[in-house]
Write a protein of this length. Structure first.
Length: 236
């Protein structure tokens, strides 16, 4: 099974990449990147890295070469909110990929797994009192990606993952501060507010492989419970 990934250099995307590379059901991972990944990762025998200059442009021949992939994990995003990175790039991929998929003979639906967030809101009219711009831009992507999948349901399935604060054990600097805060909030308020990066990575990998029976929008509590289950099964 082949899995595609965007955002593999980020905190969450790199964990999802590592989980994919370690999974026995995945034989190949294709990472679309702006720059080379660290050598200890890029040398993995399952991994192919493809340098992309502009994520708004997805040539047909590039996607045709990987039309046999089962899924895309999209883990690219910004904290400040960017119409280009948070909306235009993922929609450009979806539209380009569907054009290629629709030319193929019968095959299982392609799964698009998109990393969003707990506080993202699809309602563009509602006043938000903090981080309004990124929450609404990402919410617009959610609604458009889901609607696009519905209109191309024969070839595409979109799953939106909405974790709470993500804790990364090895995060440093500002990411480390955010991670500590997220851990404290999660411990106090419960699994719908915070989770570990490995739980999220395992869950996104599971969705890319199959995720049968899961909802199209998945909240943090479900991610935590299933993620822990998946990590425990890896130890057996």
């Amino acid at each position: 099974m082949k899995i595609l990934i965007v955002g593999a250099s980020g905190m969450i995307g790199s964990e999802a990449l590592n989980q994919c590379l370690a999974h026995p059901k995945i034989s190949s991972v294709v990472a679309f990147v702006r720059r080379d990944l660290p050598a200890d990762v890029s040398k993995h025998p399952k991994l192919q890295c493809i340098l992309v200059k502009d994520f708004a442009v997805w040539p047909e021949d590039l996607l045709q070469a990987h039309v046999d992939a089962a899924a895309m994990i999209w883990a690219m995003g910004t904290y400040a909110g960017s119409l280009t990175a948070d909306l235009e790039y993922p929609l450009a991929f979806l539209e380009s990929m569907v054009r290629v998929l629709e030319k193929q003979p019968s095959r299982p639906r392609f799964r698009y797994v998109h990393l969003s967030g707990k506080f993202v809101r699809q309602d563009q009219e509602k006043k938000l009192w903090f981080m309004e711009k990124p929450r609404k831009i990402k919410g617009l992507l959610e609604s458009r990606a889901l609607a696009f999948a519905e209109s191309h349901a024969s070839v595409l399935e979109t799953i939106i993952v909405k974790p709470g604060g993500v804790v990364a054990e090895k995060a440093r600097g500002m990411l480390g501060v955010i991670s500590v805060i997220s851990s404290m909030v999660g411990a106090v308020l419960g699994e719908n507010w915070g989770l570990r990066n490995d739980e999220l990575g395992a869950f996104m990998t599971y969705l890319a492989i199959d995720g049968k029976g899961e909802d199209s929008i998945i909240e943090s509590a479900r991610i935590v419970r299933k993620g822990r289950e998946l990590l425990e099964s890896q130890k057996r």
